[in-house]
Design a protein around this ligand. Structure first.
Ligand code: NAP
Ligand code: ZN
Ligand code: ZN
Length: 347
């Protein structure tokens, strides 16, 4: 076992604070790497505050992890010492069910192992995430990262990137589609970049007037302030798809009203309380509501390779780990442009 420094939540109400725990020695198929950067996802905040009711404490959050390989097991083929490496939201799954065989490990029928706040496949060893100095993961769940891109800006691709990439690909969204993205935060800004890169007409739907110029720079063709009824009217019945990234309770019926016939509201944001839907808003135009969770390992690699080829990365504010609790407060206020990333050298 190796002792690892980290920041952890000991319960749902106290701030994150330094904590030391141990990780396994690398087995034959394992890659060990020093963590250089870790992104801060709103899911980290939902989970340390136990807003989803599934918290396991102590909890070391972080599932947007990039670093450099320091040790490998003797059966590892994809990595060598010194390579860049990354881990996203998953560290293992059963690998035998239909979903796993289809490369959709996030939907593993026997339960995948999340990078933190979860259990290894043995069902009893807790997993600890990327707000830590190093990680040991089976190479099947370790991603390759191009050395052409700035590493701090790559980290958020591991969750915010693939979580928006996956539904855009699944629904084959691109040229000829009108896409709304609601919520300009970590996920929202990647959804705008990808949807624009795929050739869709992209509209940013935001509660923050101050984000309009940024939205356009990120690739949005239009900007609609959702608190302004007159602006909303101009996009009623307008969209083929809306990617809903909002982290807090909000009006799903308003979102549905913006979809045209057969339009789909794709929820990736996870408000902590149930949302109310009026049936008429679905039947009136044969609309649907769907959801999508992160992405599988093959599509995560595909997304990272696409980003390297097209020079797409996340817009980040790099922070020292001691700033993490303040960063959470700012994230809650929607004050992130557009992802906090922890420089792990500050641990
Ligand atoms: P974030 O950076 O905090 O962005 C959320 C954005 O939502 C905010 O910037 C804000 O954008 C908008 N918003 C916040 N409160 C709002 C409110 N009360 N009403 C309307 N809009 C509001 O969060 P994130 O990291 O992108 O994560 C977003 C959500 O996705 C979280 O719930 C997270 O847990 C979830 N998530 C899901 C998956 C998945 O697999 N499906 C993966 C990762 C994260 P504006 O200022 O533009 O309004
Ligand atoms: Zn995340
Ligand atoms: Zn499985």
């Amino acid at each position: 076992m190796t002792q690892v420094k980290s920041y952890a939540a000991q319960n749902a109400t106290t701030p994150l604070a330094p904590w030391t725990f141990s990780r396994r020695e690398p087995g034959p198929h394992d890659v060990q790497f020093d963590i250089l950067y870790c992104g801060v996802c709103h899911s980290d905040l939902h989970q340390i505050r136990d807003e989803w009711g599934n918290a396991i404490f102590p909890m070391v959050p972080g599932h947007e992890i990039v670093g450099r390989v320091t040790r490998i097991g003797d059966k590892v083929t994809k990595f060598k010492v010194g390579d860049l490496a990354a881990v996203g939201c998953l560290v293992d799954s059963c690998r035998t069910c239909e979903s796993c065989k289809d490369g959709l490990e996030q939907y593993c029928e026997n339960g995948s192992s999340g990078t933190y706040n979860s259990m290894e496949q043995d069902g009893k060893t807790p997993t600890y995430g990327g707000y830590s100095s190093m990680i040991v993961t089976d190479e099947a769940f370790v991603l390759r990262v191009s050395d052409k891109l700035p590493l701090a800006n790559v980290a958020p691709l591991l969750c915010a990137g693939v979580t928006t990439w996956s539904p855009l690909r699944h629904w084959k969204i691109g040229k000829g589609h009108r896409v709304g993205v609601i919520g300009l935060g970590g996920l929202g800004h990647m959804a705008v970049k990808f949807a624009a890169a795929f050739g869709a007409e992209v509209t940013m739907l935001s509660t923050s007037p101050s984000k309009e110029a940024d939205a356009r720079k990120l690739g949005a063709h239009k900007f609609v302030l959702t608190s302004d009824k007159n602006q909303l009217k101009t996009v009623r019945g307008y969209f083929d798809f809306i990617i809903d990234t909002v982290s807090a309770p909000h009006d799903y019926n308003m979102v549905l009203s913006l979809l045209k016939t057969n339009g789909v509201q794709i929820c990736v944001g996870v408000p902590p309380t149930p949302m109310e839907i009026i049936g008429f808003n679905l039947i009136a135009k044969r609309r649907s509501i769907a959801g999508s969770m992160i992405g599988g390992i093959p599509e995560t690699q595909e997304m990272l390779d696409f980003c390297a080829e097209h020079n797409i990365v996340s817009d980040v504010e790099v922070i020292p780990i001691s700033y993490i609790n303040e960063a959470y407060e700012r994230m809650l206020k929607g004050d992130v442009r557009y992802r906090f990333v922890i420089d792990m050298a500050t641990l």
